[in-house]
Design a protein around this ligand. Structure first.
Ligand code: ADP
Length: 413
């Protein structure tokens, strides 16, 4: 079996697998695959440009000797980018001209299949979660800017290395290496530095959809036992999924914003009720339970690391700790670029605005504060176009210009 086939059946070299003879119904060796159509890979709901014709040509030569099945994943590198695509439907034309959808079991068949693509219908290749991982790490800067996260590339990469490398391996390799997947990470640092952005992005990358974000204080409920129940409920979907599907269940990412609200040091909340301590215990119990399951990743976030119960941070719990600090000058420049990108593309940003100068002048600003600075500068620009004596007068779009002076005023505000 080649790497792709092993991947599909989740086996690694050295594994023992069962094989059965199989005759594909009505198909012949040398079936012609017609009409491969590439869909743009979708990332975060938006579209990523795929150089479709070149990729198609590349796929033709790269996978010429393979039989595909619907649901199969293909990995390949093209022009420095790693792609991981999933075949969603596949049609072959057998000699005689009849079209057939390829059955899943054909995968196990080593035969040759001439891959011919034309515009129209045929193979549909749609993006899957891991595309984003591999693309992101090949093309970090570009992707990060596109995603709207500035100045956190190196932190992101470090976090990936410490917390996620193992998840790219097949289960049997993880076992043989004798390592365990990390179950939790803690992001800490000043407010407004992009912790939530990065956690959401991770969630998206890991399972291709918006992750569940829970706000610490929202979990708390004044009724006895209700907070604990809220915590139990957060883990319920993942637990049920695991019971049903075992290691095949999807990865559930649970993000706790302001985790300090529910996990302050036990004994530190002296309201005489001891309720807080039971809540912490409940959370720890649930996170420990995650070790038995294999499908949950907990990401906690806090601006107040010192408040957290130390037990939460121990090995096997949220044991990867990443500080997300204030951006440096280059980071600030990236963030300013992100938040002025739209206005710049649409001609609203005046030529005298020098983002590098602003990055230099905004020491100790967080990402959120830089975003606020842009908002404030924009409000000064709009104010110029507003006649308080006659608010019914429409704003002339062409006149809107956010200038250097607007930014300097915003800096003073
Ligand atoms: P935190 O979770 O660290 O308190 P957030 O991730 O919620 O901060 O950031 C709040 C907002 O500030 C974001 O929605 C974004 O608009 C802006 N922001 C913060 N950090 C960055 C960053 N590194 N790059 C781009 N925008 C940022």
């Amino acid at each position: 079996m080649n790497a792709i086939q092993r991947r599909v059946i989740r086996a690694s070299s050295g594994d023992t697998v069962a094989a059965q003879p199989f005759t594909p119904p009505g198909t012949h060796f040398g079936a012609v695959l017609l009409n491969a159509e590439l869909e743009p890979i979708s990332r975060r709901g938006g579209e990523v440009d795929l150089p479709a014709p070149e990729v198609e040509t590349h796929i033709q030569s790269r996978f010429a000797d393979q039989v595909f099945t619907s649901g199969q994943e293909l990995t390949f590198e093209f022009q420095g980018l790693n792609y991981l695509l999933r075949v969603s439907t596949l049609t072959v034309v057998v000699p005689g001209g009849e079209q057939q959808t390829v059955p899943r079991a054909m995968l196990s068949l080593a035969t040759s299949c001439v891959f011919e693509t034309r515009k129209g219908s045929g193979i549909k290749i749609v993006g899957q979660k891991s595309i984003m991982t591999s693309q992101l790490f090949k093309q970090r800067e570009v992707s990060f800017e596109k995603l709207g996260i500035g100045g956190l590339d190196s932190q992101f990469r470090e976090m990936f290395r410490r917390a996620f490398e193992s998840r790219r391996l097949p289960p049997s390799v993880v076992e043989r290496l004798g390592i365990k997947h990390r179950k939790g990470i803690l992001l800490y640092g000043p407010p407004g530095t992009g912790k939530t952005l990065i956690a959401r992005q991770l969630g998206m990358m890991l399972n291709g959809k918006e992750p569940k974000v829970v706000n610490g204080p929202e979990v708390l409920n004044k009724y006895v036992g209700a907070s604990e129940e809220n915590i139990r409920n957060l883990f319920k979907d993942a637990e049920e999924d695991y019971l049903k599907n075992g290691d095949d269940s999807e990865l559930h990412v649970i993000i706790f914003d302001e985790i300090d609200a529910i996990c302050k040091s036990r004994g530190s909340v002296r309201d005489g009720s001891g309720v807080h301590d039971t809540i912490v215990n409940q959370l720890l119990t649930k996170i420990d339970g995650v070790n038995a399951l294999n499908n949950i990743l907990v990401i906690g976030m806090t601006n107040r690391l010192e408040l957290l119960d130390e037990a939460l941070l121990r090995e096997g719990r949220l044991d990867v700790h990443m500080e997300i600090g204030l951006p440096d000058e280059n980071g600030r420049l990236q963030i300013l670029k992100i938040h002025t990108r739209n206005m710049s593309e649409h001609g609203f940003l005046a030529g005298d605005v020098d983002l590098a100068e602003l990055a230099h002048r905004t020491q100790n600003y967080s990402g959120a504060e830089l975003e606020g600075l842009v908002r404030s500068a924009t409000s000064f620009a709009l104010d110029r176009e507003t006649d308080m004596a006659d608010l019914s007068k429409p704003v002339v779009e062409e006149n809107i210009r956010v200038t250097r002076a607007d930014f300097l005023r915003a800096l003073d505000e």
